[in-house]
Design a protein around this ligand. Structure first.
Ligand code: ATP
Ligand code: MG
Length: 558
């Protein structure tokens, strides 16, 4: 499936794939996306998803979704379900759904194969001794006293580990490679450990679980993956990946290729930290619209298309970089600019009375749903003698360049006509509570007089027809660009206390109230908003601000 309307962007991985197809090394590309079901996916995972699924789709290949479920302590079926939902929502469909746990028996047999060939041994040192004998980056490690156990003894111990005869940590199975290797990953890495815990898919079957590196490459080989794409921190694991595949009886040897992680500023992106934010109540849940999770972005109003475009434009390379949040925001802004129907909403209302408008009259004006796209049709906007406007669109004593409403001044009401302010009414504290205006009937949109120009146009909603709504305004979750930069502090010290502002009494056009969760709008002159699922079952609509119309952070230069 290729759901992307724009041409592909070249990158070094794509070039390798093209070469491998041209040279006949492969005639079909098979990739996989291998998440661990220990949390929800975040925007960084989306990079890997777009890359793996995108490249296979482009060349007529397929992609598996494989859960890397080798650590039963942290994983769950709920997370697996959420991950599947997110991948589909992003617009991708996997060929095969697989789990590393599907291969536990096979992985075990391959480990037995290594033992029989003298290439793995059971180490009975404790964790402390094992760490001490690993050496350092500058010093070689030393061999374990158990390194030369016979194959028979190893086979016996490994089987008994499997049968649950030992406790966690008593023994591990290690590959027998080279304790003096310059690459620490090659210093007899553990490939099996004892973990006497049930697994969410295999139950009590196993008392030993494979380590990531062992499970990963072999799973790739079993599935016939051609290109195993992973992030840069696995570059030093590649010799191990290759060693494992060279030392087990398999025909298939996928090529591991590393690329740089996708990073964004003003957020954190590890599942462990995201989980902490949820569990400690800093956010409402994994899908809190301030979270960088796919679920959070979706709830906030991001479209799958905007996320795909974002990663496509960011490109795939070997160099680490941190992308400004504003770039992601721009991606959804551009997508929304094309797709979002326009409506009017007033977030901080003050009343305007049109004193020359008949008392008992109201009317419905046809307004385009999108000024540049007539195919999106139109909507009916009700108008009466009283309307709400934004408090900030009126100033009693404005500065020179204020082109909105002022005493004696004129402004155009969006989709309607020009009004002129002739009076204001204040309460005892001097706060403006009513603005009295006359409208100019000849200046109505669509009439010949409509061409009369005034400097400002403002949005408005009819008092009689407008509907109350709750609006949630989001700002960045952290108030520094890299919450992890200061090693002496905890990233939670940098949470932005103003990341959520709730407006309880915004007024929206009735059209908004007909929407359902997930529907999105442009509130003209204000921003893009999406209906929150919390709206369901409540009397009023709840809207999340996806993004403002302009990037207000760009000029703050923080
Ligand atoms: P986290 O630390 O956030 O949990 P992870 O790498 O442990 O990330 P996995 O579930 O193991 O998460 O990741 C699944 C796939 O997604 C892996 O192939 C991993 O390399 C990739 N991935 C994870 N984070 C990013 C990122 N920020 N950019 C690109 N790919 C990523
Ligand atoms: Mg992980």
């Amino acid at each position: 499936m290729n759901n992307d309307p724009t041409p592909p962007v070249s990158n070094f991985i794509r070039n390798i794939v093209i070469q491998d197809l041209e040279s006949g090394k492969h005639n079909k590309i098979v990739t996989r996306f291998p998440p661990e079901p220990n949390g929800h996916l975040h925007i960084g995972h989306a990079k890997s998803i777009c890359l793996n699924f995108g490249i296979a789709a482009e060349f007529g290949g397929t992609t598996n979704l494989r859960f890397d479920d080798t650590n039963p302590l942290k994983e769950s079926e709920d997370f697996a379900q959420a991950i599947m939902n997110d991948v589909r929502w992003l617009g991708f469909e996997w060929d095969k759904l697989r789990h590393a746990s599907d291969y536990f028996q096979q992985l075990y047999e391959y480990a037995v194969h290594l033992i029989k060939h003298g290439k793995a041994y059971v180490d009975s040192q404790d964790a402390e001794a094992m760490r001490a004998s690993r050496g350092t980056l500058t010093e070689p490690g030393t061999n374990s006293p158990f390194r030369d156990r016979s194959a028979e003894e190893n086979l016996d111990l490994f089987e008994r580990m499997k049968n649950g005869e030992f406790e966690d940590g008593q023994h591990v199975l290690r590959a027998r490679i080279d304790m003096a290797s310059a690459n620490m990953n090659m210093r007899d890495p553990a490939i099996y450990r004892i973990r006497k815990v049930p697994h969410h898919r295999t139950g009590d079957t196993w008392n030993i679980y494979p380590m990531y590196d062992w499970a990963h490459g072999i799973s790739d080989a079993i599935e016939g993956i051609t290109h195993s794409l992973c992030t840069l921190e696995f570059e030093d694991h590649r010799p191990l990946y290759d060693w494992f595949l060279e030392n087990i009886p398999t025909e298939c040897h996928p090529q591991q290729i590393e690329f740089a992680r996708g990073n964004l500023d003003f957020t954190v992106m590890s599942k462990r930290k995201l989980r902490e934010l949820v569990e400690e109540g800093h956010v409402s849940d994994w899908d809190d619209p301030r979270m960088p999770t796919i679920a959070g972005l979706r709830r906030r109003g991001y479209t799958a298309q905007s996320i795909r475009t974002f990663w496509k434009e960011a490109g795939v390379a070997k160099a680490e970089s941190i992308i400004p949040m504003g770039v992601l925001e721009n991606a959804v802004r551009n997508d929304m600019n094309e797709k979002a129907p326009r409506v009017m909403a007033v977030l901080d209302p003050v009343k305007v009375v049109l004193t020359n408008y008949p008392e008992d009259k109201s009317e419905w004006l046809e307004a385009p749903s999108h000024p540049q796209n007539p195919d999106m049709g139109s909507r009916s906007v009700p108008l009466g003698r009283e309307i709400w406007i934004e408090r900030g669109d009126f100033m009693e004593e404005p500065p020179r360049k204020f082109f909105r409403l002022r005493p004696g001044g004129e402004v155009r009401l969006r989709n309607a006509f020009i009004i002129k302010c002739h009076d204001i009414i204040k309460d005892a504290e001097g706060k403006v509570v009513e603005i009295h205006c006359e409208f100019d009937p000849d200046s109505r949109s669509g009439l010949p007089g409509a061409s009369r120009k005034v400097k400002g146009t403002i949005h408005w909603v009819s008092v009689e027809h407008g509907v109350k709504a709750e609006v949630r305004l989001y700002d960045r979750l952290f108030n520094v660009s890299n919450p992890l930069a200061d090693k002496d502090k905890d990233y939670r010290d940098f949470l932005n206390p103003e990341s959520l502002q709730v407006i309880n009494e915004a007024i929206v056009e009735p059209a908004v109230n007909d929407g359902k969760p997930g529907d999105y709008f442009q509130f003209e002159r204000v921003g893009y908003f999406a209906i929150d699922p919390d709206s369901e079952g409540t009397k009023h609509t709840i809207l999340n601000r996806t993004v403002s119309l302009r990037d207000s952070w760009a000029k703050l230069n923080r």
